[in-house]
Design a protein around this ligand. Sequence first.
Ligand code: AKG
Length: 281
Amino acid sequence: MDFTPLTAAQRQSFDDDGFLVVRNVLDADRVAQLIEAGDRLADAFLRKPIVQDRAEYNHLDLRPGLLREQAMFDLVAQAPTVPLVVQLLSPNIHLHSTALIYKRPENPEGEPFRRGWHRDIRMPKDLGNQHLPRVGVKVCYCLTDFPHANSGMTLLARATHKKDGPLLLAKGGVDPVGIETCDLTLNAGDAFLFDNRLFHTATPNRSDRTSRVLMFGYAFRWMTPEVYLAPEAEQLAKATPIERQLLGGYRDVDTLPWALQEWCERHGATPAPVPWTVEES
Ligand SMILES: O=C(O)CCC(=O)C(=O)O
């Protein structure tokens, strides 16, 4: 996996906003291969009869089985996005979720649709909304252009990863009050990273084409990946050491994350050690 340093400006921007855009991650050939594989997996969804004004009916979030597609397997240790994730979290990470998200065109004049604003990984359900740590980063890869708002891109509530309570919505409204919502303008091949605590939601695609993205989530190795990501022998057999770690190939969390630890050492990206004890001075 090629090394790309996370710049101070990128770290600041991620810390401030809770997300970071990375342009031109995938070239046109890679995007075409991913669309070919994605469309095969989404075939039944793409062939459903046209029904408008039902955003859920026009929304596919397919999670299991993606890594059996070589084109999607190749995203597991994709550079420069995964190197940036390693530097934002630590070498002690693995893949936590995979999702193919397609949205078919919806009525452009449709009523404001209810949202599903949430933080990822359901941590607040157990720990509350205060003092939440960053434990995961998702990478969203665009397979289609998102040239303007309401094209089917996930809506992000800027800086809400630092919020210590629920989002406040206007009475009868769907979006938060006093918070900037970002409907990013992106091209096929671009990606963005977002913090697990950032409030975000699906929105209807009010353009005239089906929107397509892939989202790969990474989290610390002591967090159980989503259930469909149990490592498969065939995938482990062909994996590089880094892919093997990311696929959950080291099952014991007390085993050091050798592959990414060694990679960080080689590239001068090892995080500062956290000692168990210090001697008083
Ligand atoms: O479908 C979308 O645009 C949102 C996806 C999402 O909320 C998630 O992956 O957690």
